[in-house]
Design a protein around this ligand. Structure first.
Ligand code: UD1
Length: 365
């Protein structure tokens, strides 16, 4: 096969998964194209990550932008198909579970282009989550399913996937974390936000189930009022969260939470610095559950389930849902008693990109 390998990124959680693969392929002299669908486009949701991760500007930018799920997915498919016809890739790499991931994997399946899904096999078993649909479809059609943990392998086997398609490579996002932890120590974010290292919580929220439902969002704010009276909270606001707070008339109440520091979405290095020096993390993100486990920081996940159960069974994560009292009790327990100690799962060793590159090189030979 002669064409380049196309690496697809679309939204914020994709960038730190692709960066180590890009660097590894570059070091091996593999011809590659970095393609950004433009699902996330704000500077602080996209460009800052390329800068922080030392990735070049994308070779191809599709400029898809926001839209309903169908619109966004369909637009990526139309544009990505044109790219595939023009560049004839020998392989396409998609990561994670965003709309860009499923859209590009569907194009590959129809065009008979070998496609690898990095972070395959994760399941929340909750089909109300748009990402669960993306994970199921992508894993049903991608050729190589590169999993981060044994539960991923197990889920795929239970869905009838044949053994040859499943390859456990570990967690590539942890490569980025370990590669950048030292550099993140130069971040000045603590003094910029005027917070004391070691004595604050970090909060992120953006799931539709938490911020698109007024009652759920209001309940969480109530819990934060209690927690904020015990420990300062840093809350980088996702654009969706900011606009829902406006729409529900909750902005003033959010700003009045005791000791809260509301800020724009942080860059990658600043955010690692924030997590690494925190006492606890409260989140509904997928990636943060894994990063806190790798950093040994207690994490409370404000969801009813997780597609990353190893962060609970082996790591520092606890699932607390969005019942305010449960969140408050769990946070106070961590503030007073330090929280769960965990261990880093097998193959979350910073060498996942090398294992992925081995598979890519073997496939495109
Ligand atoms: C997407 C992913 C989600 C991931 C999250 C990380 C899907 C289905 N969801 O959710 O899995 O955890 O990214 O952030 O792919 N917006 C901006 N600027 C941007 C991007 C979005 O202002 O750069 C606003 C738009 O109003 C948009 C809204 O945020 O409608 C939501 O963005 P969207 O990409 O649809 O989904 P996310 O909630 O970010």
């Amino acid at each position: 096969m002669t064409g380049p390998v196309i690496l697809v990124v679309g939204a914020r959680p994709n960038f730190m998964k692709i960066a180590p693969i890009y660097n590894e392929l570059k070091a091996r002299g593999v011809s590659q194209i970095l393609l950004h669908t433009g699902q996330h486009y704000d500077e602080n949701m996209s460009k800052v990550f390329f800068d922080d991760l030392g990735m070049p500007q994308p070779d191809i930018y599709l400029g898809i932008g926001s839209g309903s799920h169908a619109t966004q997915t369909a637009k990526v498919m139309v544009e990505f198909e044109k790219v595939c016809k023009e560049h004839n890739p020998s392989m396409v790499i998609v990561v994670g579970d965003v709309n860009s991931t499923v859209a590009c994997s569907m194009v590959c399946a129809k065009e008979w282009i070998p496609c690898a899904h990095v972070e395959a096999g994760l399941r929340s078993f909750d089909r109300e989550m748009p990402e669960e649909i993306n994970r199921l479809i992508t894993d049903a059609i991608a050729d190589y399913l590169l999993t981060p943990s044994p539960d991923g392998d197990e889920n795929l086997r239970n869905e009838g996937v044949s053994e040859e398609r499943i390859k456990r490579v570990g967690n590539v996002m942890i490569d980025s974390l370990f590669n950048n932890l030292e550099r993140s120590k130069n971040s000045t974010i603590h003094s910029e936000l005027n917070i004391e290292k070691g004595n604050y919580g970090v909060l992120t929220l953006h799931r539709p189930s938490n911020v698109d439902e007024k009652d759920a969002f209001t309940g969480i704010i109530g819990a934060l009022e209690e927690i904020g009276s015990k420990i300062p909270l840093v809350f980088p606001l996702h654009p969706r969260t900011m606009s829902r707070a406006e729409q529900f008339g909750l902005t003033k109440r959010l700003e009045s939470i005791p000791n809260i520091v509301l800020t724009a979405p942080a860059g990658y290095l600043d955010f690692i610095a924030l997590m690494a020096e925190s006492k606890l993390v409260l989140t509904d993100s997928g990636g943060l559950q894994e990063e806190t486990t790798a950093l040994g920081i207690p994490c409370l996940t404000l969801r009813e389930n997780t597609e990353r159960p190893i962060t609970v069974t082996e790591g520092t994560n606890t699932i607390v849902g969005n019942d305010p009292q449960v969140i408050i009790d769990a946070a106070i327990e961590i503030i007073e008693n330090g929280g769960k100690a965990g261990r880093i799962p097998e193959l979350w060793d910073g060498k996942t990109a090398a294992r992925i590159a081995d598979i890519i090189e073997k496939t495109i030979q």
